[in-house]
Write a protein that binds this ligand. Sequence first.
Ligand code: SF4
Ligand code: SF4
Length: 184
Amino acid sequence: MMEIKRTIKYEADRVRGFAQEIMSVSGCEQLKSCIQCGTCSGTCPLSIYMDFSPRQVMALVRADFKNEVLSSRTVWLCASCYACTVECPRQIRITDIMYALKQRAIKEGVYPKRFPIPILAKEFSKMVRSKGRITETLLVMRLFLKANWRAVFQSWRLGLGLRLGLGLRGRLQGLGDEPGIVRR
Ligand code: SF4
Ligand code: SF4
């Protein structure tokens, strides 16, 4: 039998005014009219990977549970596909709310520790602000070092192999034999 888990939320955990702050962001005003129908969660292709479903995020934001929302993985797993926004019966722009939450999380430095997506977003904007452009290799190195440096060492053989063609020579050479692919 499936186990049903319930989480008890306490009044003291609420950060008064958070919902109002998010709803004051352009495009997020309609959040107050959410009827908790769950259509967004049912539509979202990524909700099975999220710690809170989109419907739960809407409920938590409206109830001022700021810390739970900003430290969750949900806002970072949102792929901005807009499926939920299209289907919402109350025309709530859920994707825009997710963006507002991401911006807020980065501004306050509250996001899941060593989770790569917020680190990538932060490093990306930092690089654009300082240099006016990004250097992909440097960006990826910074991401790996800040998110999961062990992965760098676990992947070094693959990276070296791709670089030198070691062990992958057959496949790499084979690519050049495909029609339409010109070896340079
Ligand atoms: S689909 Fe719209 S109204 Fe329904 S739970 Fe999601 S945000 Fe609320
Ligand atoms: S925009 Fe984000 S929350 Fe909405 S359906 Fe797509 S992935 Fe899910």
